[in-house]
Design a protein around this ligand. Structure first.
Ligand SMILES: Cc1cc2nc3c(=O)[nH]c(=O)nc-3n(C[C@H](O)[C@H](O)[C@H](O)COP(=O)(O)OP(=O)(O)OC[C@H]3O[C@@H](n4cnc5c(N)ncnc54)[C@H](O)[C@@H]3O)c2cc1C
Length: 499
């Protein structure tokens, strides 16, 4: 289990088989699969677990219709198989969701091309779950959707999750198999020769620095991969932003795939944790990777314009947005000048001076990515990796003594005292923002950011983390500053860069 955060000194005397750098879904997956193989493995994350891209995705556990449309049949098939496996093994945390793809006169794709794509999509997943809905039924299911030029919709299924909970769940499972993980621990240098690797690490909480020894190191730092020597491929950081919207203003029961008539890009509108989520954009991320990604004013305008075009009566405005969330995709670049939406999204594994780097890819395929990375690091024989890929063994076991909601996060009961207690005891919460922005999403889902829960949170963090009055005040101020700056609603003119 994760339990309370370990100290760096405690971990320093050990000789590790593997050190994984990066605590997003890729690193967590590598840790889990390494621990499953009986390796003594440690994961280091420079901020909080899932602080990077893996708490900021579109929450879809999917094959990816865009990939199949781009002819990436193998990638889609692998992802769909993983989707089905996660649906089976993490029911409640990964849930099947109904998607609607409205069809419009003269717009691509039409009914028959989409039917063909969805037939293949379902076939690859081993299910049959798509059908055509006539216009009247679409308008009944999506009240307020612009009826002009609407020609029905294709209905199909994919899955949704809470990406951050998925990362933590992998870490908890890895912990049960002996894998260790430490947040707020930044790798500042790595070197390897002759099967011995060294990682310089700074504990951002205590300020201590020291060097850890391991047989192998895997750099799973996503968009940051080029910083730690993973120079063999160029990462193109592409930002995608989402809006969390008051569900009373934009109620949706299904996940809608809407094509923006302005640029032909798909944007999803879906119910998530009791609110409506709208996203995403796709643009080059020019901001420093040292600070959290945040949505620009232009991206908010882009998404609002799309909604107001598709739901003409809704007239959604900035006042209806509860929070925003931006993430940076670690896309392996095909070279200068390529349209961001046309860059490939699969992962790459490469070696540089004895260090294996893994970047790109998706939430959905974390297990397959992990197996590739472990093979490249010489910790898994290719034959065993092939066997593991095909294996149908359960990936997760039920957590003993955990309240049900720990594994059932899609129902909006995030302020339950038993749940908060369990998280504070078992999930290495260091700062209040870890609890309110990632372990739970109270800071994104509530207009007051959780201020109404102060008495409960204060009591629980006092009892379980030993926070006194001044520490609570400091944590609350830190959380509010982060929430406002990086998850708030930017004014229209803050950033004029096109979304
Ligand atoms: C807008 C958007 C929507 C997306 N939607 C989906 C979706 O719906 N479904 C899907 O399957 N995929 C989706 N993706 C892709 C998916 O989210 C990413 O591929 C995945 O989260 C990447 O995980 P990662 O672990 O590689 O990177 P990250 O989650 O970014 O993790 C890397 C971690 O490394 C840490 N790190 C960096 N440097 C150091 C260091 N020196 N020492 C220690 N730690 C360090 C960072 O702090 C970070 O937490 C989406 C991506 C974006 C941006």
């Amino acid at each position: 289990m994760l339990a309370k955060r370990a100290s760096l000194a405690e971990l320093a005397g050990e000789q590790w088989d593997l050190i994984v750098i990066g605590g997003g879904i890729t690193g967590a997956g590598v840790l889990l699969e390494a621990a499953r193989q009986g390796r003594k493995a440690l994961l280091l994350e420079q901020q909080d677990f899932a602080w990077g891209t893996s708490s900021r995705s579109s929450k879809m556990v999917h094959g990816g219709l865009r990939y199949i449309a781009q002819g990436e049949v193998r990638l889609t098939r692998d992802a769909l198989r993983e989707r089905e496996r996660l649906l089976r093994d993490l029911p409640g945390l990964v849930e099947r969701a109904q998607y609607l793809f409205p069809l419009r006169d003269g717009r691509f794709p039409g009914r028959w091309p989409l039917t063909a794509v969805l037939s293949l999509y379902d076939f690859l997943a081993g299910i049959r779950d798509h059908r055509f809905l006539p216009t009247a039924e679409v308008l009944m299911r999506v009240p307020g959707l612009d009826a002009a030029g609407l020609n029905g919709a294709m209905s199909y299924t994919d899955a949704l999750t809470d990406d951050c909970r998925l990362v933590v769940r992998c870490l908890l499972e890895a912990g049960r198999l002996g894998g260790r993980s430490l947040n707020y621990a930044r790798a500042t240098g790595v070197s390897a020769d002759n099967g011995r690797a060294r990682v310089d690490v700074t504990d951002l909480e205590s300020g201590d620095s020291l060097t850890l020894n391991a047989g192998a190191v895997i750099n799973a730092t996503g968009a940051w991969a080029n910083r730690l020597g993973g120079a063999g491929q160029r990462i193109r950081p592409l930002r995608g932003s989402h809006l969390f919207v008051d569900p009373a203003r934009l109620p949706v029961a299904d996940c809608l795939t809407l094509i923006n008539p302005r640029d032909g890009r798909p944007v999803f509108v879906f119910p998530w944790e009791g609110v409506t989520c709208v996203g995403t954009t796709d643009l080059d991320h020019g901001d420093s990777l040292d600070q959290e990604a945040r949505a620009s004013g232009a991206e908010v305008d882009y998404l609002l314009e799309l909604i107001n075009g598709q739901f003409p009566e809704v007239k959604l405005s900035r006042d209806d947005i509860l929070s925003t969330m931006a993430g940076v995709r670690p896309v392996i670049s095909a070279g200068e000048g390529k349209d961001p939406s046309k860059e490939r999204r699969d992962h790459a594994v490469w070696e540089d001076n004895g260090i294996v780097t893994v970047s790109g890819g998706k939430l959905t395929t974390f297990r397959l990515i992990a197996l590739d990375a472990l093979c490249a690091a010489g910790l898994l024989a290719p034959r065993d990796a092939r066997r593991a890929r095909r294996s149908n063994a359960p990936l997760f076991r039920p957590l003993p003594d955990a309240p049900e909601q720990v594994d059932h996060f899609l129902h909006g009961v995030q302020d339950d005292e038993a749940l908060l207690r369990w998280i504070l005891t078992h999930e290495a919460v260091v700062h209040l923002d870890d609890l309110l922005l990632r372990r739970t999403r109270l800071g994104l889902l509530r207009r007051d950011g959780g201020a109404g829960l102060t008495a409960l949170l204060r009591a629980l963090t006092g009892e379980l983390l030993g926070w006194d009055g001044p520490r609570w005040d400091q944590e609350w101020a830190r959380y509010e500053a982060i929430r406002e700056r990086f998850y708030g609603v930017p004014p229209a003119d803050r950033d004029r860069a096109a979304a």
